[in-house]
Design a protein around this ligand. Structure first.
Ligand code: MG
Length: 273
């Protein structure tokens, strides 16, 4: 049975840890990333092509190299403890937390679970996930991580220090709601999944191909709203297949609970690394 771990008392430690761990590491890296982001934006803004100065390439390579090394270390640690990790991504409001609420309730007493809850600010979602018997560790990126729009491997590494890994079988990392940046950072999970709500439109796989291509499973959520929307489900599935033909798909409504069994089955089939 998973130990219930309130994040209230962990928040301060996490904060201290972020600073202890080395301002050079945390702050410089995140500043560089923000800088690289804005530079990349500028490069795309000027339509003269994809000219990128060599020093910018070096900064980006160093950021991703550092992240990938840390992601491997996270995965090695999880493997050593026999824990399977799932990185959950989506745009804001697609239903990651609602899906997790049902999932924690379903797995309670069968599978020992922890959640690293990533948000820029607030413990609103972490609070929603408490009381299901899972360990919940809050990771606010505004708290020592520059308010980043995604989780990266070093952030997840610091949160893992607060998880009792020998007491769990399954770890969910609920990423920050964003269809761009989270796809670029391996956090050390074994599976990458995303939730896409039908309220977001059919064209999203074509507009955010890096995200849709990066995942093993797309959970299509809010299916209960289908009769009320001008959403062409077949077109969405064609668009998804165009960018990621290998992706598994399950269709659910976290509100009405329809389709949740298919999601639970997928999860059970992937409980081994
Ligand atoms: Mg959430």
């Amino acid at each position: 049975m998973g130990r219930f771990h309130r994040h209230d008392d962990g928040t301060e430690h996490e904060h201290e840890h972020a600073h202890d761990d080395g301002p050079e590491h945390g702050h410089v890296r995140h500043d560089e990333h923000a800088q690289a982001h804005s530079q990349a934006g500028r490069d795309l803004g000027d339509m003269s092509g994809y000219r990128t100065a060599p020093e910018r390439v070096q900064v980006l390579e160093r950021i991703f190299g550092e992240n990938d090394r840390c992601a491997r270390a996270n995965r090695d640690l999880l493997d050593a403890k026999g824990v399977v990790a799932v990185n959950m991504m989506s745009s804001p409001g697609a239903g990651k937390t609602s899906l997790l609420e049902h999932t924690l309730a379903h797995l309670s007493g069968q599978v020992r679970v922890a959640v690293i809850e990533g948000d820029i600010e607030t413990s609103i979602d972490a609070d929603r996930l408490s009381g299901y018997g899972a360990q919940v560790v809050l990771l606010n990126t505004s708290d020592g991580f520059g308010g980043e729009c995604h989780l990266d491997a070093p952030m997840v590494s610091s949160a893992l220090e607060q998880v009792d890994l020998s007491a769990i079988d399954l770890l969910f990392v609920e990423n920050v709601g964003n269809l761009v940046c989270p796809a670029e950072f391996d956090v050390g999970a074994h599976h990458r999944i995303m939730v896409s709500a039908i309220t977001e439109g059919e064209e999203k796989p074509l507009k955010y191909p890096v995200m849709f291509r990066s995942v093993d499973l797309v959970v299509i959520n809010k299916m209960d709203l289908l009769p009320h929307l001008d959403f062409d489900l077949a077109l969405f599935e064609r668009n998804l297949a165009a960018v990621n033909p290998a992706a598994d798909v399950v269709k659910v409504s976290a509100r009405s609970r329809e389709g949740l069994d298919a999601w639970f089955r997928w999860l059970e089939d992937h409980l081994r690394p």
